[in-house]
Ligand binder design. Structure first.
Ligand code: IMP
Length: 194
């Protein structure tokens, strides 16, 4: 089955291809010229993922995969959370986001730097059926930026049980345990059923 992934983030596309690839023919959003994604201004990951998936399915008449994800930091009451991409402003600049996060956690000791990545994935198909799945990975925020792999907050996130950041892992190592893998593994079983 051909499904379109409702994202223009190349990092996400590569990760989702690696997870769902064998169960479906995943095309990038660019394959559908002229489709614009709605703003991600919902209050929940679920709402944002469904809005994106529905927009692509409605515009193109094809099954769509979408996700919304974020980083929740305990010492910041769960921020930046659903607003992770715009944490340092509307430019969605990952370097500025990471700098702001490190500033906010300045002086916070390692034991209080707990955090988790959350991903909610949605599958929306043209007959109106919809599926949602959530994946999470626990960890903590490093004292500084480390590594060059991945994207977004990866240089700051140390998953539980590891000493390296997501950005210091290979993409295969990150994909073994990531929030996105956990959410899209569940979506993959739905794809295999329909
Ligand atoms: P969205 O799901 O496109 O709204 O992205 C949410 C924000 O969380 C983006 O700024 C990403 O950089 C960040 N984010 C989500 N997943 C990851 C990840 O796997 N690694 C690093 N940052 C992530």
């Amino acid at each position: 089955m051909r499904v379109v992934l409702a994202t223009s983030n190349a990092g996400k596309l590569a990760e989702v291809l690696a997870i769902v690839g064998p169960a479906a023919d995943v095309a990038a959003l660019e394959a559908l010229a002229g489709i614009e994604l709605p703003p991600e201004d919902g209050d929940t990951y679920e709402e944002n993922a469904l809005v994106k998936g529905r927009a692509v399915t409605r515009a193109a008449g094809v099954p769509a995969l979408a996700d919304d994800s974020g980083l929740e930091v305990d010492a910041l009451g769960g921020a930046p959370g659903v607003r992770s991409s715009r944490y340092a402003g509307p430019a969605c600049d990952p370097v500025a986001n990471n700098d702001k996060l490190l500033r906010e956690l300045d002086g916070v000791p390692a034991r209080a730097r707990g955090a988790r990545f959350v991903c909610v994935a949605a599958l929306v198909i043209p007959d109106g059926r919809e599926w949602l799945a959530r994946g999470e990975v626990e960890g903590r925020i490093a004292d500084g930026s480390r590594g060059t792999g991945g994207f977004g907050y990866d240089p700051l996130f140390i998953p539980a049980g590891y000493e390296c950041t997501f950005a210091e892992m290979t993409s295969e190592e990150k994909n073994e345990i990531s929030h996105r893998t956990r959410a899209f593994q569940a979506i993959k079983t739905f794809l295999e059923e329909i």
